[in-house]
Design a protein around this ligand. Structure first.
Ligand code: C2O
Ligand code: CU
Ligand code: CU
Length: 494
């Protein structure tokens, strides 16, 4: 398993794992739409985490660990202010924790890394790590998460968050979309129904037997965490999947579409372009970011997404002549990972959608709002017990140590520094990017965010506000290999 260096130079965010299986043909399979999650008669959404063997690469079977055995998991399509209960039953061979990424959720339901659902037949004793028993909450087989959803319409997602093993467990399939809608969004004439396409983008590598290839030190995922060798920087695959299909094709009408794009990759960063670009107008019009709609639409010729980030964008395919193939490309990819998917523009169709010049009320935070300032340095430190470790302020994650205790409802100014690509994600607290290297925020920084891409040796200032609930939450790097190898810290909201 010799690692191949990723893209040369500063854009590298991991090491490429190559597939042993011949790569599937590009644009040969249709873009799937993930199933909708539906509540049962008691109003609870029941999801069973189980093993399945779908045909991802034509002609091969891939073992997936999925919510309801699907990858991505079922999409939630729910409404602001209507609380949702999700009962998760774990039938996998490993413990799990589920986190609603971007959710304003009570701490007990936030999927804290040591709050685990333990499957039948797995003894609790095997799960203790180096004597850290306090703070672990082990539940047998089933746990019901409660999400109040008192937050604006947004593109959220849910995924596994198990201590030390999030990377391999998300890689095997434990992730899905969670869309929140509200009246403000309803009142906008945005494309809807078939013309709203969720795009869950991730990269994978395949072993000769069709299974996902991942360089775990311990492939059982029961004992030792971590990945081998150079992959500690992050695992990049050579196959791009959209909604679980390799380089798919979507037939679209000559009309506006709303694309809700999620970068669900462990470590890969994207710079998405349309090829060819539209003959007139911008390629993309951004209407929303991680945790809500923007105040006003923004024209973009590219969509930049680090792991965990989302972009809600409109593409107007009516600007292309009928029959045009339009490829969504990743300008940061190399070889097989340059292509993401293809749209084929079909016939002219009636389209009464529009992108109004005002979208949603967005409070703008300013430096003067900050009551506290903090600094967080995301860096590789070492050597330690397990060699070099990814750390926050020089310290590897310890569930018992707290790095910050913000006061509920207040705004803080955080300065984040970095030695590598670190997409920094904060639970509970939503934030606005104030500056990058002393300059204005970048094109991917608009609106309310929960994840910000901090590049090597950048200094990024954010204004973060914790609202809703008190308790212990985490913030961490959303490069999942970094997260598993200790780049995480506790925030106690008081
Ligand atoms: Cu998307 Cu703490 O994670
Ligand atoms: Cu999160
Ligand atoms: Cu990182």
């Amino acid at each position: 398993m010799a690692p191949v260096a990723g893209c040369a130079g500063p854009e590298r965010s991991g090491a490429v794992l190559t597939s042993e299986l011949p790569l599937p043909e590009r644009f040969a399979v249709p873009l799937p739409r993930p199933a909708l999650a539906r509540p049962g008669p008691d109003g609870v959404y029941d999801l069973v985490q189980r093993v399945a063997r779908p045909e991802i690469v034509p002609g091969a079977r891939t073992e997936v660990w999925g919510y309801d055995g699907t990858f991505p998991g079922p999409t939630f399509d729910v409404r602001r202010g209507r609380p949702v209960r999700v009962r998760i039953t774990n039938e996998l061979p490993v413990p799990t924790a589920t986190h609603l990424h971007g959710g304003v959720t009570p701490a007990e339901f936030d999927g804290y890394p040591t709050h685990l659902i333990v499957p039948e037949g797995l003894s609790h004793a095997r799960l203790s790590h180096g004597g850290h028993e306090t703070g672990w909450r082990l539940t047998d087989r089933t746990f019901t998460y409660e999400y109040p959803l008192d937050q604006p319409a947004a593109t959220l997602w849910y995924h596994d968050h198990r201590m030390d093993f999030t990377g391999p467990q998300v890689y095997r399939g434990l992730a899905g979309l969670f869309l929140i809608r509200d009246e403000i969004e309803d009142a906008l004439p945005l494309p809807r129904g078939d013309r709203e396409l969720p795009l869950v983008i991730c990269d994978r590598a395949f072993a000769a037997d069709g299974s996902f290839r991942y360089p775990s030190v311990d492939p059982t995922l029961l004992h030792e965490r971590g990945v081998t060798g150079a992959y500690h920087q992050g695992v990049l695959g050579d196959v791009i999947l959209v909604n679980g299909a390799p380089w798919p094709t979507a037939e679209v009408a000559r009309a506006r579409y709303r694309l809700r794009i999620l970068n669900a990759s462990n470590a890969r960063r994207y710079d998405l372009r349309l090829d060819p670009p539209p003959p007139t107008g911008p390629a993309f019009t951004q209407i929303g970011s991680d945790v809500g709609l923007l105040a006003a639409p923004r024209p973009l010729d590219r969509v930049l997404l680090a792991s965990g980030e989302r972009a809600d964008v409109i593409v107007d395919f009516s600007t292309y002549p009928a029959g045009t193939p339009v490829v969504l490309r990743n300008a940061r990819g190399q070889g097989s990972t340059v292509d993401v998917m293809r749209f084929v523009v079909g016939r002219t169709a009636t389209d009464d959608s529009d992108v109004p010049s005002t979208l949603a009320p967005v409070e703008v935070l300013t430096r003067a709002d900050a009551v506290t300032r903090r600094r967080f340095d995301f860096r590789l430190s070492g050597p330690g017990e397990h060699g070099r470790q990814w750390t926050v302020n020089g310290v590897p994650f310890d569930p018992e140590t707290v790095v910050a205790s913000p006061i509920l409802g207040t705004t803080e100014l955080w300065t984040i520094t970095s030695d590598f690509h670190h997409p920094v994600h904060v639970h509970l607290g939503h934030f606005q990017v104030l500056s990058r290297n002393g300059r204005a925020p970048g094109p991917a920084d608009a609106g309310w965010k929960d994840t910000v891409d901090v590049r090597p040796y950048e200094v990024v200032e954010i204004l973060v506000r914790f609202t809703g609930f008190r308790g212990r939450y985490v913030m961490h790097c959303h490069n999942l290999e970094h997260e598993d190898m200790a780049m995480m810290a506790n925030i106690d909201v008081s």
